[in-house]
Design a protein around this ligand. Structure first.
Ligand code: NDP
Length: 355
């Protein structure tokens, strides 16, 4: 293990704004460990859309800020026997756009053999988002007749052996993106199905990636109308579930294409936040509207360990693959944000500290 440097490279944001506020520094102070923390040398750093919200100030936090919410690497200093120096870990936390990050030991998950550090970093936030959202989806309760063949709430959950419900149509917006691709992969293998997965993607390349993730149909929004294609695919019924991380640009469309008794899960604002909603818009089709946050499903140690272990197992068995769009040098983080916000990416963006 190489000795700790006196200072480290990292990204510092001192004011909110465009990508020009992502300042690359080589002399940031190395974090001091508090009790119960470990120091991780970040090998791969995940770039998530939420990082752009903190950069622009859509989500307000005190400045200056080292951005970044996830990374994977090696423990280089430890004050806890649970995580020895040399352990490979992945974690969600703060200040990950840097060579070294101090992480509460309970937030760092050991990466099992058979899972690469790169794929752990590429899948942690987005994979846990996909898993927790799928597991916690409220299903339409069964009608009072034909009780035996109807699904329980857990039939959406991959671990369930409940009888199959009728095919459900699930719409995943931005299905070739980081989160969209993991939602699609996990849904397409969920034995609680069958689900007919309809993805949206804004180019033929993205559409192809979405099919490779397991979508049954992809709507290329550069050429096709989402409303008419969904009507065709579902024979006019609409979709039972919508996963929408796009937000402002797609919310009205969601209300149009959702089926009676359907569920809309708005979980992000890639195109901007959804304006306040008139609740009466939900009543004509008895729509369920959710705005979940992944950390809210991981508040206990059991939840965190259980979902993380499940995600790593899916990766280890190759049931879920992290598709990496590109690994950028940390100092090129501005380009990574430009590409993500410019809709130029397929899958996950990673940063590496080099040189
Ligand atoms: P993605 O890799 O999915 O990138 C965003 C995608 O959104 C783009 O590739 C693009 O796909 C689509 N998009 C549509 N309109 C726009 C627009 N105007 N500007 C930019 N992108 C647009 O990013 P992430 O996987 O990191 O995040 C996806 C969403 O999930 C974000 O909204 C994020 O905040 C949210 N999220 C929420 C969590 C939660 O706990 N609630 C946790 C994790 C993520 P296309 O061009 O194909 O339309």
């Amino acid at each position: 293990m190489s000795p700790l440097p006196p200072s480290m490279p990292g990204i510092l944001v001192t004011e909110n704004g465009g990508v020009e506020v992502l300042n690359y520094k080589t002399d940031l102070p190395v974090p001091q460990l508090k009790p119960g923390e470990v120091l991780v040398r970040n090998e791969y750093i995940g770039v998530n859309f939420i990082d752009t919200y903190f950069r622009t100030g859509l989500y307000k936090v005190p400045l200056p800020l080292i951005p970044g919410k996830e990374a994977a690497g090696t423990v280089v200093l430890s004050s806890t026997p649970d995580l020895a120096v040399g352990s490979r870990v992945a974690y969600m936390g703060d200040a990950t756009y840097a060579e070294l990050t101090a992480v509460p030991a309970q937030s760092a998950a050991k990466i099992p053999d058979g899972v690469s550090t790169e794929s752990a970093a590429a899948s942690l936030i987005q994979g846990l988002t996909a898993l927790t959202f799928i597991r916690n989806l409220p299903l339409t309760p069964p009608p009072p007749f034909n009780k035996k063949s109807l699904p329980s709430r857990s039939s959406f959950c991959p671990a369930s052996s409940s009888p199959h419900p009728a095919t459900k149509f699930v719409l995943v917006h931005a299905s070739s993106g980081g989160t969209g691709s993991l939602l699609t992969q996990i849904l397409s293998q969920s034995p609680g199905g069958p689900y007919t997965i309809i993805g949206t993607a804004s180019s033929p390349v993205k559409a192809q990636a979405s099919l490779e993730s397991g979508a049954d149909h992809v709507i290329d929004t550069s050429t096709d109308s989402i409303v008419s294609r969904i009507s065709e695919i579902t024979s006019g019924k609409g979709v039972d579930v919508i996963f929408d991380g796009v937000g402002k640009d797609t919310f009205d469309l969601d209300l149009e294409v959702v089926a009676k008794n359907g569920t809309i899960v708005v979980f992000g604002s890639a195109s901007g936040p959804v304006p306040p909603v008139d609740l009466f818009k939900l009543s004509s089709k008895n729509i369920k509207l959710m705005r979940p946050s992944m950390p809210g499903y991981l508040t206990t140690k059991e939840e965190m360990n259980g979902y993380t272990a499940e995600l790593f197992e899916l990766l280890r068995k190759d049931k879920v693959k992290s598709r990496v769009h590109r690994v950028y040098d940390l100092k090129d983080v501005a380009q990574a944000h430009l590409d993500l916000e410019g809709r130029k990416t397929v899958g996950k963006l990673l940063l590496r500290v080099r040189g």
